[in-house]
Design a protein around this ligand. Structure first.
Ligand SMILES: [Zn+2]
Length: 350
């Protein structure tokens, strides 16, 4: 199984955000809703794949709003509630795993916390730890403060001025790296936010698999595909590892998991049926206008979400066993092979 894109070498509109190179391999064209036309371009030096040109801040805001609505229309309330519990269990498992390695973070910063249940799971294992969450959306911040009592900060991980007075023992960015417009700046910021021997945990899609359907659509039909979620970086296992090591991080855990789509051929098999549909230039403005009023955010109460006998036992061994049973991943692959659905990273600031 060998993954690799074929395409033409182009001069980029904007330089690579990691190494500054102005040359790239054009992989495909896309339409981000009906808002912006762009290309996926892979840097020939550092291998980072990005949108070129990058989405503008205004288009990102409109597209994200529309996607948020689309997503909440497609996922049932029951499913949304199950996701909160899943994230809580994953937080518990993550905290257990770092405790086994001898880490006991007292201060945690999470970028893009969503519902906040992953961090809440961490706090279950480390009750004394102080949790701060960062987001650009006021609604997300106020929910995290009200439901979990976390400290909140408005901002995004790539901002130049994102220098908080305090440093943290653990910085978390789950499903964030693929969204930031400046990945190089983001990695630098995370590094400077950490205490020495602090940990950086991230989760991000395997970019090669994530991009595969767009690539095949271009490869077979030479037409733009539809990009609805603002994935603007497609991280590749070799380049990501190098970027982190070059920034002063050392890997503690680095693996991909989830091979269901890999077995179907995503990321390596050149088949028409794996291609994404062509763009229909779906209107972001219409999505917002038609459905914005219908959506009022998750009404769930934490006591009800976590009202399960296993959590009521407060027995950490039992809870850990249960969470492991629910989320155990048998197969871990080396991300440098670019197979698998998601990349899990735990890195140490040296
Ligand atoms: Zn580069």
């Amino acid at each position: 199984m060998k993954s690799g894109f074929k395409g033409e070498i182009v001069v980029r509109h904007e330089p690579c955000r990691i190494c500054g190179s102005t040359e790239g391999l054009k992989i495909a064209e896309l339409d981000f809703w009906d808002l912006q036309h762009s290309s996926f371009v892979q840097c020939t030096s550092c291998r980072l794949i990005q949108l070129d040109p990058m989405l503008s801040a205004q288009n990102t805001a409109a597209g994200c709003h529309a996607y948020y609505i689309l997503d909440s229309l497609e996922i049932s309330e029951h499913e949304q509630e199950r996701n909160l519990v899943r994230n809580y269990r994953r937080g518990i498992l993550f905290a257990q795993s770092i405790r086994r390695k001898g880490f006991r973070p007292e201060t945690v910063l999470e970028f893009g916390p969503g519902s906040g249940y992953f961090a809440a799971g961490i706090q279950f294992i480390f009750p004394e730890c102080r949790i701060t969450v960062v987001d650009i959306l006021d609604a997300v911040l106020s929910m995290n403060r009200e439901v979990h009592g976390f400290e909140i900060l408005k901002g995004s991980p790539e901002e130049g001025h994102f220098t908080v007075e305090r440093k943290f023992d653990l910085v978390i960015a789950r499903d964030i790296l693929e969204h930031v417009t400046d990945i190089g700046k983001t990695i630098q910021n995370v590094f400077s936010l950490l205490n020495p021997n602090g940990l950086f945990h991230f989760l991000t899609p395997n970019g090669i698999e994530d991009l595969w359907g767009y690539y095949l659509n271009w490869h077979f039909h030479k037409r733009p595909a539809e990009l609805l979620i603002n994935h603007v970086n497609y991280l590749e296992g070799v380049g990501l590892l190098k970027a982190l090591i070059d920034s002063g991080f050392a890997p503690v855990e680095y693996f991909t998991y989830g091979i269901r789509d890999t077995l179907k051929g995503k990321g390596w098999k050149v088949r028409k049926k794996l291609a994404r549909p062509a763009s229909i230039k779906r209107s972001a403005e219409e999505m917002i206008r038609l459905h914005d009023k219908d959506w009022s955010g998750p009404p769930f109460r934490k006591e009800m979400i976590l009202d399960h006998w296993i959590f009521r036992t407060k027995n950490q061994w039992l809870i850990n066993f249960y969470c492991n049973l629910k989320h155990f991943q048998i197969i871990h692959l080396d991300p440098r092979r670019n197979l698998g659905h998601e990349i899990h990273g735990l890195f140490l600031k040296k």
